[in-house]
Write a protein that binds this ligand. Structure first.
Ligand SMILES: C[S@@+](CC[C@H](N)C(=O)[O-])C[C@H]1O[C@@H](n2cnc3c(N)ncnc32)[C@H](O)[C@@H]1O
Length: 364
């Protein structure tokens, strides 16, 4: 959303710049002046409140922004509470904790400072090498680390109701995946903690997140501490700051890959890692799913006995290959050496799209 707004703004500024140049170069040409006025009018229409700023009424713009932000938070809180209240009786949901997460992270997400810190850390660590010759992490200075592009760190968030719809679509497979003692819910690319905190505060799962960016990790820890203080004790959510490729996934019953904008190399490496480490029956949720679908047993290095089990495994159930919400796509899963079988695909709204497909897979 922020990116789209910035892009639109930059386009307007470029158009204005072109018009100013034309005006200056052709002062005697009356059409240059009217083109310039048109460009100014367009910018004024596109950027809300520009007129207020121009006329020295900046507080009007600030009020407008505050009102819009408050309205969005109120709408998000209404949707969250409606979804949480529709959960089956007996679900250990902590609505007050979820509302606190929404208020805390919602306010962070809406603030310019949050996005400025994020952009600064990404540029510093993964941008082009600096003039002082310092190689940022994106430059691939360490041989055992993947070099990451700046696109690998685009910000986005998933509303509570969307997350819940995706997970509940997995049905009993979800309960089975998380029921063995010690099983964890793990979010790779946990950003500022949204999806981890949803899991801990809705189902009481032992939930943890791994996020490589320090500013996002610290934000997650801050909000989790605030929720724990208000709830009067631990909520079962923890956060680690680091590269997900260095995490141990062997206790995970459910892994959510926040992979919608990850580099292809990271997507491949994450899926290969999960194939090696996850117990059979564990679920993986992906915004893309292409790598999970493509991975065959021969692509799994260092697989153990469990790996061999997947070879020529059972046909998946379901079998309809249709489009649409909750479409069953299990057909052929497990066959041909597939390591992950697809259980279901669900389309729900997220911050960057009205209809994002999430795919749920099971380690065979
Ligand atoms: C788009 S965000 C996730 C947002 C999430 N989908 C949501 O809706 O709340 C993807 C996250 O993955 C993180 N990330 C990228 N590469 C990573 C890596 N190698 N290890 C851990 N986190 C990583 C990024 O910093 C970013 O915060």
């Amino acid at each position: 959303m922020i990116e789209r707004t910035l892009r639109a703004y930059v386009q307007q500024v470029e158009a204005l710049h072109t018009a100013v140049r034309a005006f200056l170069l052709q002062l005697t040409n009356p059409s240059a002046a009217s083109t310039l006025l048109e460009a100014v009018a367009e910018v004024a229409e596109e950027v809300p409140g520009l007129e207020a700023v121009e006329e020295g009424r900046a507080s009007e713009l600030a009020d407008q922004v505050r009102r819009e932000r408050a309205a969005k938070l109120a709408e998000d809180a209404r949707a969250l509470s409606q979804a949480a209240q529709a959960l089956p009786p007996g679900t250990p949901v902590r609505l007050s904790g979820l509302e606190r997460v929404l208020r805390g992270l919602g306010a962070e997400e809406q603030s310019l400072g949050f996005h400025a810190r994020l952009a600064e850390e990404v540029a510093e660590r993964f941008g082009a090498p600096t003039a002082s010759g310092q190689s940022p992490e994106g430059g691939g200075t360490s041989e055992d680390r993947l070099p990451y592009s700046m696109d690998n760190f685009a910000y986005g968030s998933t509303p509570y109701a969307s997350w819940l719809k995706v997970l509940t679509a997995a049905g009993t497979a979800l309960t089975e995946a998380l029921s063995p003692p010690g099983r964890q819910y793990v979010v790779y690319g946990s950003s500022c903690g949204w999806l981890v905190l949803y899991g801990a505060l809705t189902f009481g799962w032992t939930s943890r997140g791994v996020e490589i960016l320090r500013c996002l990790h610290e934000c997650a820890e801050r909000v989790a501490a605030d929720v724990e203080a208000a709830e009067g004790g631990p909520i079962g959510a923890s956060f680690a700051c680091g590269d997900l490729l260095e995490d141990d996934a062997s206790a995970a019953g459910l892994v959510l890959l926040a992979d919608q904008c990850w580099d292809a190399g990271l997507q491949r490496a994450a899926v290969a890692k999960l194939a090696r480490e996850l117990p059979a029956g564990a679920l993986v949720v992906s915004y893309s799913g292409a790598q999970l679908e493509a991975l065959r047993l021969e692509g799994v290095e260092g697989r153990g006995e469990r790996g061999e089990e997947g070879e020529g495994g059972e046909e998946g159930e379901g079998g309809e290959d249709g489009e649409g919400e909750g479409r069953k796509v299990g057909k052929g899963a497990g066959a041909g050496g597939r390591v992950f079988e697809e259980l279901v695909a669900v389309r729900v709204p997220v911050s960057w799209a009205d209809n994002q497909t999430f795919r749920v897979f099971r380690r065979v």
